[in-house]
Design a binder for this molecule. Structure first.
Ligand SMILES: *Cc1c(COP(=O)(O)O)cnc(C)c1O
Length: 406
């Protein structure tokens, strides 16, 4: 059987992204299977009592129990770590399990977090409703404002937590500046990189400490399973996240890990194509006279920053139905209802194009005041552009605009 070089990080680190996506982490069994094996097992057996004792003592490598380690899950972890350029990765049951674990594993009562105000609804919710119950305070700021990051730092600030691009405002955080500021003050930076993926943006290269993912999105890429991932240094993963995760159990099921691993094989192909399709659709909507938030368009206030830190803007962007207040909301809902090809769905990262109204779905929990502060207007629509022919998407969105009569 050919040597399984996919398991040697010294070799996989040198591969280019497309090779890593297909081969990194692959660990063949004695059968020499081409596709990665799916180990649906919770437990493992041992050749001797001494062997199991050595594994539990940490003196021998190998499996013990699938809450700690599973061969399929481990293959996915090694593949994501290689693609991210990270020393280590652990995967979780969902993106929110990844975000919650990343914060809870390292913060204690009395600590403070600075967070970007524009964020995935549940990321805001855990700050407001979980961390604060345990005496971990936070300051939510406008993440696009470098001075605001600096001003929000307190002596007890332990973490910066943000998304870039942010959901659904497409606000960007200046990775080089904010990660550099954190480094200079001994603060750990946690970047939610779900929108960009390691193919389009690599936060570790800008000095981020922890990169966290909803693997449900672009990594799976076909809307099938829930999963999350956290990448960092070997030391942080071993000392902070691993003991927390082993004992609290937000782990990724082997089947879901296997599906995400197969999804990764096509990520370097999908991410640039979906980005190009999204840009084409965004240009069409802007040309129809609507306000569009797309980081690759010159109309985006952080257009230059986008080109500095991303290689393409990804499949997601937002735009505004005409009108204001209640009228804008009615127009937004009428556009959704008039779509014939693009589906109404709050999911993203799928090969199918999906559109949603954040104010009444993903960001409903934040309340009107929270939404206003984060720039999530009533007329805002967010689209995930898939792998369909963009001309068919443009025709569909165009006929929806025509039917809503503008
Ligand atoms: C979807 C999403 C999450 C949460 O991930 P789940 O897999 O749904 O738990 C977190 N952050 C961002 C930016 C997301 O898009």
């Amino acid at each position: 059987m050919k040597k399984t070089t996919g398991t040697d990080p010294r070799i996989t680190a040198k591969w280019r992204p497309a090779t890593q996506a297909v081969r990194a982490g692959t660990h063949r069994s004695e059968h020499g299977e081409t596709s990665e094996a799916l180990y649906l097992t919770s437990g493992f057996t041992f050749d001797s009592a001494q062997e199991v004792a050595a594994r539990f003592a940490g003196d021998a490598q190998g499996m013990q129990y699938s809450r700690f380690k599973n061969p399929t899950v481990e293959m996915l972890q090694d593949r994501i770590a290689a693609m991210e350029g990270a020393e280590a990765c652990l995967v979780q049951a969902s993106g929110m399990a990844a975000m919650t674990s990343s914060l809870l594993c390292m913060l204690s009562a009395g600590d403070h977090v600075v967070a970007g105000r524009a964020a995935f609804g549940s990321c805001r919710w855990i700050l407001d409703n979980v961390l604060n119950r345990f005496g971990i305070t936070h300051t939510a700021i406008d993440g696009t404002d470098n001075a605001a990051w600096e001003a929000a730092v307190q002596p007890n600030t332990k973490a910066f937590f943000f998304e870039t691009p942010a959901n659904p405002t497409m606000d960007l955080v200046d990775l080089e500046f904010v990660c550099g500021l954190a480094r200079s003050k001994g603060i750990t930076t946690v970047v939610d990189n779900a929108f960009a993926t390691p193919i389009l943006q690599r936060p570790l290269e800008f000095g981020a400490d922890v990169v966290a993912y909803s693997a449900t999105k672009m990594m799976d890429g076909q809307g099938r399973v829930m999963a999350g991932a956290v990448c960092s240094s070997q030391e942080w993963i071993e000392e902070k996240l691993s003991p927390f995760q082993r004992n609290t159990g937000p782990i990724c099921a082997p089947f879901n890990a296997w599906v995400v691993m197969k999804g990764l094989e096509t990520l370097p192909l999908r991410a640039p194509v979906q980005s190009a399709n999204a840009l084409q659709v965004a240009q069409f909507i802007e040309d129809r006279g609507l306000r569009v938030l797309h980081p690759w368009l010159p109309s985006h206030p952080q257009h230059e920053l986008a080109h500095r830190q991303m290689s393409a803007a990804g499949p997601i962007f937002s735009f505004f139905a005409p009108g204001s207040g209640e009228q804008a909301k009615e127009n937004a809902m009428a556009i959704l209802n008039a779509l014939e090809l693009v589906d109404i769905s709050n999911n993203i990262g799928d090969a199918k194009s999906l559109m949603c109204h954040p104010a009444t779905t993903t960001h409903h929990n934040m309340g009107a005041e929270g939404r206003a502060a984060a720039g999530i207007e009533d007329g805002m629509l967010r689209i995930n552009v898939g792998l369909e022919d963009p001309l068919d998407l443009i025709e569909d969105i165009g006929q929806a605009f025509d039917r809503v009569a503008f």
